[in-house]
Design a protein around this ligand. Structure first.
Ligand SMILES: [Zn+2]
Length: 525
């Protein structure tokens, strides 16, 4: 009998804690619906007590997801558990995930408690959560650095109190595979009632070992893995879902992994990866395993020759098994609506007629400027149109004056929605270059309008071509910081200055959304 490995996706909680990755409740729902299609077992949708936005995010996911469990995170406190319960109230299958640190360093310096107090708090939290649901998960934060005897005691007691899943996180990404596997084996052997719970792991990638540690844990007794799409998350990120799933699938003949399977529909991996990258603004590195742009590209002549003769010579996974669309070059000026609609569905988008009309118009405009339309171009158009529905600001007009021996100046007009009315604001500025001038003009409009104390600080600006060819569209990603929070924006155009301005406007849009949703409490797990 094969054993199932439960996939607990925390893209919307831990992944969303990546700097600059914050998602609105509506965006969270979009990702959650795709995760449901992907076949994950549990979606951790957020940390409800952290902010109004997080609470709304978890509620909307709970209300709409029918085929997976939905989890909300809560510290081992009443208020947190109450918030998680209320946010999860309409879930078909809710899970409360509560935690407290069990390592000496966290107990002494962060919690300022004694071990006895930690044990009592953990047990009480689980008992309290059990009043609302029998689906309670408990995490020993910083488990990998915890004193073993004490942690085993905590685990035994919280299982007695009713925890059904015991999560062992390598919170700081400090373990190596043999060590972490050994830890799981010891817990399995030493905790007397461990058969009444599922052992889960949650590994961070600080030493690049999150996936390796998770696999080692499975081999040694873990049956749930917490992971994220594209491996996003705090600092160096979490274990990557797509890598774990494909390791289990690809190594089905290996004696160590032949007894395991997951519920994941691997063909949905690529569309999910794209969606998460597009919504969070976190670009997937080209050489990333499974979902990177180069993951299935063969550059060397010898390899290409081998691939043409028999694919398995240099390919261990078929690109179509993880949902990578077959050819890249697709459409052009003469392509019709149906061709576009078909490609959109290959790329994982379900789009209504109204939206398809808008996307088709944009597509035609772009096809006039650019000979070949690549997948990346289509994805960019879709994301821009989907993004617009949520935006309060729009670039209405810009004019740039720049050249050698000229002081660069920019005039920018923004359309701003205030209480269902749209107003136009215009400013002009000069700067070190045309982009700098335009950004200053935008700041001038918004800092005054919103009554901010200072201008946000630009911390990152990246420009790249999103597809091949001299006429490729430029994509700009910018991040700015305001009051210790980072916001991300993207802009796309065949004109790089326009792309830069759009990216900055989108950054401000995310700032406005976040302001509405309130501040966030940051946590590590
Ligand atoms: Zn974490």
């Amino acid at each position: 009998m094969k054993e199932k490995i439960y996939i607990f996706d925390t893209t919307l909680r831990d992944g969303e804690q990546s700097p600059g990755a914050s998602l609105t409740p509506q965006q969270k729902l979009e990702v959650a619906l795709q995760l449901e299609k992907l076949g994950v077992d549990i979606i951790e949708a957020g940390f409800p007590i952290a902010s109004k936005g997080d609470f709304e995010g978890v509620s909307i996911v709970a209300k709409n997801i029918k085929n997976c469990e939905v989890a909300g995170l809560a510290r081992a406190r009443k208020e947190d558990i109450d918030a998680a319960y209320f946010a999860l109230k309409s879930a078909k299958c809710p899970r409360i995930h509560t935690f407290i640190a069990t390592s000496d360093i966290h107990i002494k310096y962060k919690l300022k408690m004694t071990k006895e107090e930690v044990l009592e708090t953990a047990v009480n939290a689980v008992k309290y959560a059990r009043r609302f649901t029998d689906n309670v998960e408990f995490s020993c934060e910083d488990a990998a650095r915890s004193e073993l005897d004490f942690m085993c005691k905590v685990i035994e007691e919280v299982i007695k109190a009713g925890a059904k899943v015991i999560n062992i996180p390598d919170t700081v990404g400090y373990s190596i595979p043999q060590e972490f596997g050994e830890l799981i084996k010891t817990i399995k052997n030493r905790v007397p009632n461990i058969d009444k719970a599922i052992i889960s792991v949650h590994c961070h990638n600080d030493l690049g070992l999150a996936v390796a540690n998770s696999i080692s844990a499975i081999i040694n007794g873990a049956r749930q893995v917490e992971c994220t799409i594209n491996g996003i998350g705090e600092r160096a990120g979490n274990a990557s879902l797509e890598e774990i799933v494909m390791i289990i699938k690809t190594k089905q003949k290996h004696p160590l992994l032949e007894n395991f399977y997951t519920n994941i529909n691997t063909k949905e991996i690529y569309p999910t990866s794209r969606l998460v990258s597009n919504l969070t603004g976190i670009v997937v590195q080209p050489n990333k395993a499974i979902v990177g742009k180069n993951a299935f590209r063969h550059e060397s002549g010898i390899h290409q020759d081998g691939i043409l003769k028999k694919r398995q010579t240099y390919e261990i996974i078929k690109p179509q098994d993880v949902g990578v669309p077959s050819s890249e070059l697709v459409l052009g000026k003469h392509s019709g609506r149906h061709a576009l609609e078909k490609r959109l569905s290959d790329l994982g988008y379900k789009i209504n007629k109204n939206m398809l009309d808008k996307i088709f118009t944009k597509f035609k405009l772009l096809a006039d400027k650019k000979k070949y339309i690549f997948d990346e171009d289509i994805v960019a158009i879709v994301n821009e149109e989907l993004g617009k529905q949520r935006q309060q600001l729009e670039l209405n007009y810009f004019h740039i004056n720049s050249g050698s021996g000229v002081v660069p100046t920019a005039t920018v007009e923004l359309k701003i929605k205030v209480n269902s009315k749209t107003k136009i604001f215009r400013e002009a500025e000069f700067g070190d270059g045309p982009v700098d001038a335009a950004y200053k003009a935008i700041d001038k409009i918004l800092v005054n309008l919103l009554g901010l104390k200072s201008t946000p600080k630009l911390v990152d600006y990246q420009l790249k071509a999103i597809s091949a060819g001299k006429d490729a569209q430029g994509e700009v990603i910018v991040r700015f910081e305001y009051d210790q929070e980072t916001f991300t924006g993207r802009g796309i155009s065949t004109d790089v200055i326009e792309a830069s301005i759009k990216a900055y406007v989108s950054c401000w849009n995310n700032f406005l959304l976040k302001e509405k949703l309130g501040k966030k409490i940051k946590i590590n797990l």
